[in-house]
Design a protein around this ligand. Structure first.
Ligand code: MG
Length: 275
């Protein structure tokens, strides 16, 4: 976690342009190419809520993403397990990448699991049991066992005990060298210590969808999305959702409502675009 914070981020909100202002520049760079839109789920398509199960997608957002899929390639890229992501989003005609890209389902429903990832399942199971044991005494923790991660949510934990949650998870992690710790908004996760993140996942999808014939745009709101912003620098566009000042994204949308409006604007422009 800590290693991500001090990097070569653009620094300061002023360096990040509104994605509405940047739309024409993005379209001009995308000229002659297909646009691929990668969307994080929590905090990007839905507001941040107290528990993961409450992050319900609005019918309006579902509709705009489905319509966008008529004029662009669209994939959801989330830390959620793919089954959970698919159940929550329930958007037709798009691809899904779950567990930060360890799991992939294309728009026809064909599924793949990243090679080698399955070998980490036993460690994840054991680590999940250990985390549950260690955190049993801290009210408000929510431990989520996913296919390729163990997420400990602490949004409901008393603020003065949040650091205890993180310390306990780090202590468990130290016993599992094949796992690594990543962070996010009120969540700390154990994941396979594979060289894989949302950035790698997005680049793999870009290759799958045509490489240089594709102009990728990524929208996300959190720490793990920075890997995707980094991967797309000089290659596509990164859009940070929210007010984070340290980001590698070039563009910004302030909240979920702006995401909705911007996706609709993009869809309209792509529908009008001469081929
Ligand atoms: Mg998010």
């Amino acid at each position: 976690m800590a290693d991500r914070r001090g990097e070569d981020r653009a620094g300061g909100a002023a360096a990040v342009t509104s994605a509405f202002e940047g739309l024409e520049a993005m379209l001009s760079r995308a000229r002659g190419r297909r646009v691929a839109v990668f969307l994080d789920y929590d905090g990007t398509l839905t507001p941040i809520v107290a528990q993961p199960d409450l992050a319900v997608l609005s019918p309006n957002m579902r509709q705009v993403v489905e319509r966008l899929a008529g004029v662009a390639q669209v994939a959801l890229v989330s830390g959620r397990d793919i089954e959970d992501l698919h159940r929550m989003a329930a958007i037709d005609g798009i691809a899904y990448a779950g567990s930060h890209g360890f799991q992939f389902r294309d728009r026809d429903g064909h599924e793949e699991v990243m090679e080698g990832a399955a070998a980490y399942r036993a460690d994840l199971e054991r680590a999940a049991a250990a985390v549950e044991r260690e955190l049993a005494g801290i009210p408000g923790t929510l431990i989520e066992r996913k296919g390729f991660a163990v997420a400990t949510h602490y949004r409901q934990v008393a603020p003065e005990r949040e650091h205890e949650v993180c310390e306990q998870v780090e202590t468990v992690a130290a016993r599992f060298p094949r796992l690594r710790v990543t962070g996010g908004k009120k969540v700390i996760e154990l994941r396979p210590a594979l060289d894989w993140d949302k950035g790698r996942a997005v680049l793999a999808l870009v290759e799958r969808w045509g490489g240089d014939e594709v102009y990728p745009v990524y929208l996300g709101d959190d720490e793990t999305d920075e890997d995707a912003f980094r991967a797309l620098r000089g290659r596509g566009a990164g859009i940070i959702v929210g007010d984070a000042s340290a980001t590698l994204a070039q563009y910004r949308l302030r909240d979920v409502d702006e995401v909705h409006a911007w996706l609709e604007a993009l869809r309209g422009r792509l529908a009008d675009r001469p081929l």
